[in-house]
Design a protein around this ligand. Structure first.
Ligand code: ATP
Length: 339
């Protein structure tokens, strides 16, 4: 069976910035597939290449077996694209905006009206369709974005960070709508840097870091692969790094502790990977108090997707994001100084 999406050895450089170094993945028909990674990992660039909005330097890109590079028009007709930020015409009502968009797709008037009604119902926009979009909340705007992306019956819906900036309630509404859309047979490909979003939604995913794929599989498979339980521990609410380093060195000596990583974004907390040990928590507590360390909080859990990222890169997704935005700020500052 033809894959809904095929990306093989995609490469895209902007000067000497390697936005995408080597990304490959396949999406099966009808599944929800996620590109997970911190800001700057190369998700948007991958999506823009796939939607023929940016020309790649190398690689194969296919939508339903159609080459995006050789037949961009044909490939585009098969996909709906929802960008991260969409500039809505705020004076138009939701329905008027969909009508305008259907004209852009050259849809015949009568079939366009039927499709618009269908999508307004599907996305629960009945009560808002005649309100100007300028009065919409962020969550409503995203629902209208989904309707716009679905107007021309695409086989594959591609979304760049569909819930960025939304509160958790609005995000959950979008998640259930995307599940409904996939249930109706549309393949969904989305990018996200929200771990819980990918965990809740995706059948399969690739984790992207610095323009390459570092892990792929279903959320369950990936979590199982990283093995043992995790213990998250805080010496104090915000601990000095030297103190946590000392605690880390002590805990690493315990026979059941396989790895210990400091999580800077969480007030220098410690993430411990342990092998099966029933009384691990109390043994860690004993070891710390015996060495005069206080304990602010301690908890044991099964591995999460963040642990998958951590195992592959040595840092949490949040730490990676903080570093990426810090380096972006630094570059911006240098640019400003040069002006
Ligand atoms: P975000 O969610 O922040 O957009 P992302 O994972 O989607 O992150 P990309 O936007 O694809 O990442 O960016 C990957 C890298 O390529 C980053 O270092 C970014 O600064 C750089 N980049 C992206 N677009 C351009 C461009 N037009 N010119 C120069 N560099 C770019």
């Amino acid at each position: 069976m033809t894959d809904a999406v095929r990306v093989e050895h995609l490469k895209k450089f902007y000067g000497n910035i390697k936005a995408v170094e080597d990304i490959s993945f396949k999406v099966e028909k009808g599944e929800i597939f996620a590109l997970l990674g911190p800001n700057g990992a190369g998700k948007t660039t991958t999506i823009r290449c796939l939607c023929s909005l940016t020309k790649p330097d190398a690689g194969l890109l296919e939508i339903e077996g159609i080459s995006v590079i050789e037949k961009p028009k044909q490939a585009r007709a098969l996909m709906g694209y929802v960008a991260q930020e969409i500039a809505l015409d705020k004076i138009l009502t939701g329905k008027e905006l969909l009508e305008l968009q259907s004209g852009i797709y050259h849809m015949p008037r009568s079939s366009a009206q039927a499709r618009i009604t269908e999508l307004i119902n599907l996305l629960d926009l009945q009560d808002y369709q005649d309100r100007r979009t300028g009065t919409y909340s962020g969550g409503l705007r995203r629902r209208l974005d989904l309707a716009t992306g679905l107007l021309h019956y695409p086989k594959v819906l591609i979304l760049d960070e569909p819930t960025v900036g939304l509160d958790i309630e609005s995000r959950k509404i979008i998640w259930s709508l995307l599940t409904k859309i996939a249930g109706d047979g549309t393949t969904v490909l989305l990018s996200s840097h929200y771990l819980e979003e990918v965990d809740a939604l995706a059948n399969r995913l690739v984790i992207i870091d610095k323009g390459t794929v570092i892990a792929s599989g279903s959320p369950t498979e990936l979590k199982q692969k990283v093995g043992g339980d995790r213990i998250t521990l805080k010496i104090r609410e915000f601990s000095p790094l030297e103190e946590v380093e000392k605690a880390k060195n002590i805990l690493k000596e315990l026979p059941f502790v396989e790895d210990a990583i400091i999580n800077n974004a969480q007030g220098n907390s410690l993430n411990l990977v342990i092998n099966s040990q029933t009384n691990a928590l109390s043994r860690i507590e004993q070891s710390l108090t015996g060495n005069d360390f206080p304990i602010f909080s301690i908890a044991q859990s099964r591995p999460s997707l963040d642990d998958v990222y951590l195992a592959a890169t040595g840092q949490t997704l949040l730490d990676a994001e903080i570093k990426s935005s810090a380096s972006r700020d630094l570059k911006l500052e240098k640019k400003m100084q040069m002006k």
